[in-house]
Ligand binder design. Structure first.
Ligand code: CAO
Length: 402
């Protein structure tokens, strides 16, 4: 490792491989100190025999970074300026271990200048440095551009403030909100403490969607003030039926893990992502409400969440959670259980897919569902039954009235 004018630098890239034939001055590694990053060029042509350092390691002047095999010691650039050791005993005759490299073969530039050069597609090897320790400065790049007329006039204006600002702080640091801290802590605990399994299924909701569209358009014609019913209230109602049918999904594990509490009420939480965090307002007694009521309540609570007006009672006593990302997009995800609940339903975006009916492919609106459950409480067969039941109701909502 040559003296690059810094006490200790970190290896950020290894640019060659063992066995690779390298040329004199070919970049071997990139190192980065507090302010500067630079490539260390090969002091000799030959073959890389061994790479001693690893990415992330700290190196100082004279650290051994690589061992080369070379048949041509004369290829060493400015041989008389190098301090090198011929390691006849340890290695074969023609292997060199470099201790130092002449400084002026190095490209010495800050990361900002390197980025700038990359952006302008300029090879720093072509720039004549004018800074201390042969450092390439912004002015050197400007001079190069002027001389070579590499860029058309006014096509690039080097904004010193921007470069310097970027140089001082390449990141924008934002703080984690208190809500994020609390939610993050809970999610982490739930993720660590609950053995999650996620069951996936796709449900044909073509008929449900036809009905929903028809219902919404009729309502629109009748009412001046119209509120559209989305897919979600139908899913909430369906989940309420499934929770009544499979009470183990409407339960909590006792703190000593010896008993399970089966709940006699059906409250469903809905994950609502708003600017200031993730909230889960709870729709109460969902089994006793119709889809219109559930839709209004959902709109009311999600608006409250957006206005940061949810109170504690809006968010407590949930039995089961639904996280619907379908209004946004994406195919599948595995949601994290909202303890002390024992299951959560993830809903992704419904899309039209060809479904084989035994004779032909029918374009069908398929809704992806992901059910994560606590495997200490619920077994896989029950989970499959629960999700199949939900699928049956959603694919033909006439079952909801039976
Ligand atoms: N597949 C296809 N379309 C869907 C859908 C799905 N799974 N879910 C909703 N849609 C449709 C809706 O029907 C609506 O279309 P129409 O105008 O034709 O009715 C459109 O997408 C927009 O719906 P929406 O997202 O505004 O409303 P919603 O009732 O589905 O959801 C609420 C309400 C509050 C959950 C939502 O506004 C929201 O905040 N979503 C974010 C969910 C989230 O952050 N989850 C947390 C993830 S972290 O666990």
């Amino acid at each position: 490792m040559p003296d690059i004018g810094l006490d200790e630098v970190e290896v950020t890239e290894v640019l060659v491989k063992v066995g690779e034939e390298i040329e004199l001055d070919q970049a071997l590694i990139t190192v980065e100190g507090d302010k500067a990053s630079m490539e260390i060029p090969a002091p000799i042509s030959g073959i890389v025999k061994d790479i001693i350092i690893k990415i992330g390691e700290k190196v100082t002047t004279s650290s051994v970074i690589m061992i080369f095999k070379s048949n041509d010691l004369n290829s060493i650039k400015n041989k008389k300026d190098f301090n090198y050791i011929k390691t006849e005993k340890k290695l074969s005759d023609n292997v060199l271990e470099e201790k130092d490299i002449k400084k002026n073969v190095l490209i010495h530039a800050t990361p900002v200048i390197r980025r700038l050069a990359r952006y302008l597609n300029i090879d720093l090897k072509n720039i004549i440095p004018s800074g201390p320790k042969n450092r390439i400065l912004k002015e050197d790049i400007e001079l190069y551009i002027k001389k070579n007329n590499a860029l058309k006039k006014n096509s690039f204006n080097i904004d010193e403030n921007n470069i310097e600002g970027f140089h001082k702080n390449p990141f924008k640091e934002i703080s984690i909100t208190n809500i994020q801290k609390i939610v993050g802590k809970n999610l982490h605990q739930n993720w660590i403490n609950i053995p999650h399994v996620t069951q996936f299924d796709e449900v044909n909701i073509t008929l449900l969607e036809e009905f929903r569209q028809k219902y919404n358009s009729q309502k629109k014609q009748k009412n001046n003030v119209f509120s559209n019913i989305t897919i979600l209230p139908f899913i909430i109602k369906t989940v309420a039926y499934a929770l009544l049918e499979f009470p183990i999904f409407n339960s909590s594990l006792s703190s000593n893990k010896k008993t399970i509490f089966l709940k006699k009420y059906v409250n469903v939480g809905i994950a609502v992502d708003v600017e200031h965090g993730l909230f889960v307002p709870v729709l109460k007694n969902v089994d006793k409400k119709n889809i219109e009521n559930l839709s209004s309540e959902l709109i009311f609570l999600s608006n409250k969440a957006r206005e940061n007006k949810l109170n504690e009672s809006d968010m407590k006593d949930g039995c089961f959670t639904i996280s619907n990302l379908g209004g946004i997009g994406g195919s599948w995800f595995s949601p994290i259980i909202n303890s002390p609940e024992v299951a959560i339903l993830g809903v992704s975006k419904a899309t039209i897919k060809p479904l084989w009916n035994g004779k032909e492919f029918i374009p069908s609106l398929m809704l992806p569902l992901s059910l994560s459950y606590d495997h200490r409480v619920i077994n896989g067969a029950d989970a499959a039954r629960f999700l199949t039941f939900i699928g049956k109701l959603l694919s033909d909502i006439r079952f909801l009235i039976m």
